[in-house]
Design a protein around this ligand. Structure first.
Ligand code: SF4
Ligand code: SF4
Length: 343
């Protein structure tokens, strides 16, 4: 397997990482099989989160006796220092390790988020102390905001940034992020390189991401077969041909108008609808399954869609020209259909 140095962190990761969000959908035995396949294929980079339901709990036993040589990453969205420390300790315990190689501040999507992370006694300070104590090796962040990614790439705190890069998340091109991150020794991890399962052929989707040197895609997986397929692509990234470019252009036309980046530039909604969650609903289903997402009935962010007046204020703000009104309606219709099937 090819490897990539993750910025100045000193971590050497496989050219593809496996994301643990979908581990909450499958059995612990299946997680063990998936991780076994990853190790056989030379994939050493495994990424999860405190908030991915029981993902860490299933990974812990699967990692027993296999920890050496792995680069383990986790994260939490918590912004107060004391709870942040608790989450980190919980992740260490669940994963059955005394050190998490890469700990990330999860979903730092606004300046207010960043300020909360940097405040005295806050997550960054706690993470620095944890690093001195050997509980984490490196600190990174994940964000859906290009502005935050650009700012973080210029700070000496973060050694990696996880940001959406895919054939429909193309904002990174010409943004200066790649150059700035490379100059400052900040590793780049591509979030949702397969668009949360919406981009079809992984060969095309990863082929696009691998055009960016030293960017490491992290893909959520559920089966050993998926692991083997991804490993084969990572080992020999395909050169995209003219027919592939045409397929990409088609995908951008069809999926692109509904492809929410969760950047939240469209907010606030006058009816207080959490637009990105509504738009993201099909991805939540793909990543976490119907029971986890709809187990207690319609969540509030879907119920709120009924309040939409189609004023289209959000659409004027969305830099990607998304058809938000119809996207939200479709999410609500899909949720109702899935609930009806459960009954
Ligand atoms: S709808 Fe547009 S602006 Fe709003 S979160 Fe999605 S991509 Fe961003
Ligand atoms: S169109 Fe709907 S979701 Fe968008 S701002 Fe208006 S009420 Fe909110």
């Amino acid at each position: 397997m090819r490897t990539v140095e993750l910025g100045r962190s000193g971590l050497k990761v496989s050219a593809i990482g496996l994301g643990g969000v979908q581990f909450s959908k499958v059995s612990a035995a299946q997680v063990k099989r998936v991780i076994g396949a990853a190790l056989e294929e030379g994939i050493n980079f495994l990424e999860t989160a405190y908030g991915y339901f029981d993902s860490e709990e299933k990974m812990g036993p699967a990692l027993r006796g296999r920890r050496d040589g792995l680069v383990l990453a986790s994260k939490t969205w918590i912004r107060d220092g004391a709870t942040f420390a608790q989450h980190m300790e919980t992740s260490l315990r669940r994963l059955g390790t005394d050190c998490i190689d890469l700990y990330q501040l999860h979903g730092v999507d606004s300046q207010a988020d960043m300020d909360a992370c940097l405040k005295p006694g806050g997550p960054v300070e706690v993470a620095m102390r944890a690093r001195q104590a050997g509980k984490i090796r490196s600190l990174g962040l994940t964000t859906h905001s290009l502005d935050i990614a650009l700012a973080a790439a210029g700070m000496d705190i973060f050694e990696s940034i996880q940001y959406p890069i895919s054939l429909v998340n193309t904002e990174v091109r010409g943004s200066g992020l790649l150059g700035k991150a490379a100059r400052n020794g900040v590793g780049l991890i591509a979030m949702k390189p397969l668009g949360g399962g919406r981009l079809g052929d992984p060969r095309l989707a990863l082929g696009y991401v691998y055009r960016f040197r030293n960017v490491v895609p992290v893909v959520g997986v559920e089966t050993p077969q998926q692991v083997r397929e991804l490993a084969a692509i990572a080992r020999r990234p395909p050169a995209l041909k003219t027919a592939d470019q045409a397929a990409i252009a088609r995908l951008r036309r069809t999926v692109g108008k509904r492809f929410c980046r969760a950047c939240r530039y469209c907010e606030p909604c006058p009816r207080k609808i959490t637009i990105f969650k509504g738009m993201y609903f099909p991805v939540y289903i793909q990543q976490m399954g119907v029971d986890r997402v709809l187990g207690k009935g319609l969540p509030d962010y879907l119920k709120d869609i009924e309040k939409c007046t189609a004023c289209r204020t959000c659409e004027k703000r969305c830099p990607f020209g998304l058809d938000i009104v119809n996207g939200l309606k479709d999410s609500l219709a899909l949720a109702r259909e899935l609930l009806a099937q459960k009954d």
